[in-house]
Design a protein around this ligand. Structure first.
Ligand SMILES: Cc1ncc(COP(=O)(O)O)c(C=O)c1O
Length: 422
């Protein structure tokens, strides 16, 4: 049974039932879920709390969810009086219990539940690591089949905090292939009968799962923040934060102003920063990401390496940045690393490289006076606590079931296609 809420096309307004639909029949725009105007929190821990604004019926039982707290030490260092941190990861001291250590688990739980409620059993996705880990873990918990395509450089991130199950099928791509090659191969696998594409930013379960970062913050702070900081790769998390703010404003209890999106990418791979700085809706590869593959090899936060982000599409990041009068920052590896050291020593928890990029962008924003001292700021630390987790739990490495030389490979060579042909 699918949820009673409807999906609505942002371009033409056509409404659809909420099955696992990812696109409109008439145009290329995003679909967005229509939920009750006011959200009532369910009395559970984790993101199940926000079920009213998730595209699923059953209340998720996972304790995984974002945690929002007011920073003291980093705030003092930066001279800020209202800095709030949203932490997605593992940090028992703060009741943060995402054991795959990134906000990608916020996408994975509702997506797999939406898949199940729509009557499907298998899903395919491309990832550079953190998303793969999150979906593999949820597959191990639910038994739902997941096909994961990962470029070789993402392999070290492929562990889960439980036993690996037969439901996890990992396909690696040989050296020389990047995230976009993995996306291309996963799209071919998704054409097989019986395997659903996870849909990336087009999947409302992914966006609305990530949106819980903003929801949790609004319930903790009692208002919508003035600024939202995050490092972006596909743009999904930031779009989700924007959509959550629209819903919170319409709810009426959290003030009626919207946050300014302040987003960052890692130099030298900064296609969205380059396009946005010229207020261009289109990303022009020759201008905005020349030598993309070699640039991607140089970035510290390698998960921020999507060559086809959700930027130009109606409802995508360009629209959100435009509506919020947003700012984008290009952060160097050394800026990210020193921001990481500063955060870890002041706040007392290890963070992942993309979160370091987000911290560095906040440092820059303070320097450039893009925030005022007393503004209410939400800094999304979208991944962290891996060191703490690994000191407390043993993790299992996921072994590849196949490897692909490129995205055109014969699918029979990498998977049992027989079970998925009509
Ligand atoms: C920890 C972390 N932060 C930020 C990002 C970028 O998020 P998005 O792809 O939603 O833009 C990722 C992507 O994998 C991530 O793992």
């Amino acid at each position: 049974m699918t949820s009673n809420n409807l999906l609505k096309c942002l371009e033409c307004g056509t409404r659809y039932d909420n099955d696992f639909r990812l696109s409109c029949d008439n145009d290329d725009s995003f679909l967005r879920m229509e939920y009750p105007e006011r959200i009532n929190l369910r009395q559970v821990n984790g993101i199940g709390k926000f079920t009213d604004w998730l595209p699923i019926n059953e209340v998720l039982t996972t304790t995984a969810g974002p945690v929002t707290y007011k920073s003291e030490h980093l705030a003092e260092e930066l001279g800020l009086t209202n800095l709030y941190i949203s932490f997605s990861g593992y940090w028992p001291e703060r009741d943060a219990s995402i054991k795959t250590c990134s906000f990608k688990e916020l996408e994975a739980h509702p997506t797999m539940q939406r898949l199940k409620e729509s009557g499907h059993k298998a899903i395919v996705l491309a990832s550079v690591g953190n998303t793969a880990r999150a979906f593999a873990y949820v597959s191990a918990l639910t038994g739902m089949d997941v096909y994961i395509v990962v470029p070789e450089f993402g392999l070290d991130k492929l562990w889960i905090p439980t036993e690996v199950t037969d439901s996890i099928h990992l396909i690696t791509m040989n050296k020389g292939n990047d995230y976009t090659d993995a996306i291309n191969l996963s799209q071919r696998i998704a054409d097989l009968e019986g395997i659903m594409p996870e849909g990336g930013a087009r999947n409302v379960a992914r966006r609305d799962g990530m949106a819980t970062v903003m929801l949790d913050a609004a319930f903790t702070i009692n208002r919508i923040p003035d600024h939202y900081f995050q490092a972006v790769g596909s743009g999904t998390g930031a779009i989700a934060a924007w959509e959550a703010s629209i819903r919170l404003r319409n709810d009426g209890r959290f003030s009626d102003h919207m946050p300014k999106l302040q987003l960052a990418q890692n130099l030298p791979f900064t296609p969205m920063v380059n396009a946005w700085n010229e207020r261009r809706r289109e990303i022009i590869p020759e201008l905005d990401m020349p030598d993309a593959k070699s640039s991607i090899e140089k970035i510290y936060a390698d998960v921020l390496s999507n060559r086809t982000p959700a930027y130009s599409v109606t409802g995508g990041l360009f629209d959100c940045l435009t509506e919020s009068d947003g700012i984008m920052y290009a952060i160097s590896n050394s800026e990210a690393k020193s921001a990481q050291d500063m955060f870890e020593s002041l706040e007392g928890v290890d963070i992942l490289p993309p979160s370091a990029v987000a911290v560095a962008s906040l440092v820059k924003a303070v320097e450039k006076q893009n925030v005022n001292r007393d503004d209410v700021i939400l800094l999304n630390i979208a991944g962290g606590g891996e060191k703490i987790l690994k000191s407390e739990f043993s993790v299992s490495t996921i072994k590849p079931t196949a490897s692909a030389k490129d995205s055109d490979i014969d699918l029979d060579l990498i998977m049992d296609t027989g079970s998925y042909r009509a």
